[in-house]
Design a protein around this ligand. Sequence first.
Ligand code: AHM
Ligand code: MG
Length: 335
Amino acid sequence: MRRTTLTQFLVEQQRSARAIKPELRLLIEVVGRACKAIAVNVGKGALANMLGSAGTENVQGEVQKKLDVISNEILMEANEWGGHLAGMASEEMETIHEIPNRYPKGEYLLLFDPLDGSSNIDVNVSIGTIFSVLKSGDELGQVTEKSFLLPGTSQVAAGYAVYGPTTLLVLTVGTGVYCFTLDREMGSWVLTQSNMKIPHDTQEFAINMSNMRHWESPVRKYVDELLLGETGPREKNFNMRWVASMVADVHRILTRGGIFMYPRDARTPDVPGKLRLMYEANPMSFIVEQAGGAATNGHERILEVRPHKLHERISVILGSKNEVERVTSYHRAAL
Ligand code: AHM
Ligand code: MG
């Protein structure tokens, strides 16, 4: 059987689909290579003293794990020298990283959550990397934090890697969603699923139920109805899954449908949700929409939200279209 590698896939996207430029192709290949290096480190675990805290906090006041810091360094080093980027931003860095003057600069901006699902690192549950690529509107090399504050509709590529039983890379360049599996012996990404599609209907939901008492009323109403099952207004039973790694929860939804929610929380009225818009919600929303799903913050399409700061947070409701539309309509009705 002929296998399509990530490189071949990207060359074809550049040649026939004309979906990407050579510089974007290089960027995605470099991110893919960095994810392989992260996977190697994740796989070593305690054998190489990779687990536990790094003894530092990130800008959001979260304790950084050693692997958070290592993954961030791997992505930064891999992407700095190629000449395809104007700058980078990460969950683990307070402000943007400009490309040093010793390297050529390009027109793309790369944003990432180097290791998503940090609470799962030490317990050997799937974790991942999420990335988003924007095109800088500024002159080459002239980036500021403001250059990054573009809506998700401006993304030219997005993807995530899952470090699970197999290592996966899921990617969109705006021509559908493709999944690559890491062939560990060969060290190459092999295309294993094309044009992934999320069913419009589902009987599975994902939300951290322990926060129920703090949710807004539309989310409570929706989940209450799901819990009533066959005898309630939905007239069917729903199953629940919560991995607490967005990459793994979103990947399940891409594979067999479902709805994922991380709504805002009454404990922190000034913070609109836990997840970050620029490097979690936007790339995942781009992927989910490309797979025929939907993504909103309860009020508007996530991809159309205008960011005001790099580490902005947002409520996330994404997955099977009909369910996302239902929760969104409950928000509208509550206004
Ligand atoms: P992180 O980027 O610090 O790992 O946080 C994001 C993660 C998501 O992957 C996941 O959906 C969520 O936090 C889980 O939160 P909780 O522990 O509240 O269930
Ligand atoms: Mg994260």
